[in-house]
Design a protein around this ligand. Structure first.
Ligand code: ATP
Ligand code: MG
Ligand code: MG
Length: 353
């Protein structure tokens, strides 16, 4: 059988390795942290930094194809691997999604609407951007933000507030996005294979708490037209990126049903975890199929469901969850339940309405 290399050893790598094993593949992860969630499910771990030349050479040596489970893989590392092995999704997808400026521009250039945005480099450009966007917005670092980190909301042209916001994000290169009074948030988990075929899971409605995904509910409470618009945007993006694998695309839904794309992740996505419980084929298997050159699987949903993230002390409810009917529990094997840390998730399924 062949071996799939995975850069990154978090819970997404863990679940990718499980899905790969079910299809008869071996997996090798590259991850500097020895005691990581994926170490328990992959066949082998190369304990090295993501840009360590020896680690990368070893990963390339033992892998037939290489994928990744997080979007901050150094592009130089992905490019280096791509010299000798297929790296899927293509490294260009990493490069674009790592920088919110590139990402927003690529979305807009691909014909996908977003919140209005401006590049921010300093106080002067921030004040100008605030003026242009109606005195209200969300300042976001261009790089390395996740779970709402590296973001500050602004609601005035006040210079002191603007200065404090720049201080909060450490004066990192940033963008300012217009503040969107959305009605709800949704995401689409989409896949494309190497022949250009695409498939979509049903759209999830997502609720965030403290900037972190809390629940995904399927079906989403949106019209068929809005759902179609979300799939159409995702399809455009997949083709524009010449993408192979699973991708998550997040949207704001306005009160009139209009969609604004927020960001995309070139990987399996937390708002797609429900697929392991409510579909015959999960997003993880779909991703493995795509990167391994197998046909995409059926995305039909057999159940309605709500996926709940277990964050920090939420794991205290695990004993109760274990006694519930139709609750599909997934724990990531992390020892310490720190605040804000994703420890696991549970998907509660009910018959499809
Ligand atoms: P993730 O963990 O999803 O990668 P992130 O840190 O990259 O998160 P975003 O997805 O950009 O951040 O924003 C996190 C959340 O903050 C959004 O899901 C949304 O609830 C809110 N938010 C972000 N941008 C805006 C905006 N322009 N207007 C209103 N709310 C916003
Ligand atoms: Mg993000
Ligand atoms: Mg997000």
């Amino acid at each position: 059988g062949s071996t799939i290399g995975i850069i990154g050893g978090g819970q997404l790598g863990r679940m990718l390795a499980m899905a790969a094993a079910r299809l008869g593949f071996r997996t090798v992860i590259l991850e500097p942290q020895a005691d990581c969630p994926a170490a328990q499910t992959a066949n082998r771990q190369i304990v090295a930094a993501y840009d360590d030349p020896a680690g990368l050479a070893e990963l390339a040596r033992v892998s037939d194809v290489i994928t990744y489970e997080f979007e901050n893989v150094p592009v130089s590392a992905a490019d280096r691997l791509a010299e000798t092995r297929p790296v899927l999704p293509p490294p260009a997808a990493l490069e674009i999604s790592q920088d919110r400026f590139n990402e927003k521009k690529f979305l807009n250039d691909s014909g996908i609407a977003t919140a209005p945005w401006r590049v921010v480099d300093d106080l002067e450009t921030l004040i100008a951007a605030l003026g242009a966007l109606g005195g209200r917005g969300v300042l976001k670092t261009r790089r390395l933000g996740y779970d709402g980190k590296g973001q500050v909301r602004l609601n005035s042209l006040d210079e002191d507030q603007a200065r404090a916001a720049l201080e909060t994000i450490g004066h990192a290169p940033a963008i300012l996005e217009g503040f969107i009074a959305f009605e709800r948030e949704v995401s689409v988990i989409a896949a494309r294979d190497s022949n250009g075929n695409v498939a979509f899971f049903d759209i999830a409605e997502n609720v965030h708490k403290d900037g972190i995904l809390s629940t995904s509910t399927i079906p989403a409470n949106i019209s068929d037209a809005t759902a179609l618009a979300a799939r159409t945007a995702a399809e455009k993006l997949l083709h524009a990126l010449d993408y192979v694998g699973v991708l998550g695309l997040e949207f704001f839904v306005l009160p009139d049903g209009t969609l604004l794309a927020n960001e995309f992740a070139p990987r399996v996505h937390n708002s797609g975890h429900w697929t392991e419980a409510a579909c015959a084929i999960s997003q993880f298997e779909q991703h493995i199929r795509a990167v391994a050159g197998l046909p995409l699987g059926d995305t039909e949903r057999h159940s309605d469901c709500v996926m709940e993230n277990l964050i920090g002390n939420d794991v205290d409810s695990v004993p109760a969850i274990l006694t519930e009917r139709n609750a599909v529990l997934h724990l990531y094997g992390k020892a310490e339940a720190r605040p804000g840390r994703k420890m696991g998730h549970v998907t509660r399924i009910t018959p499809r309405q």
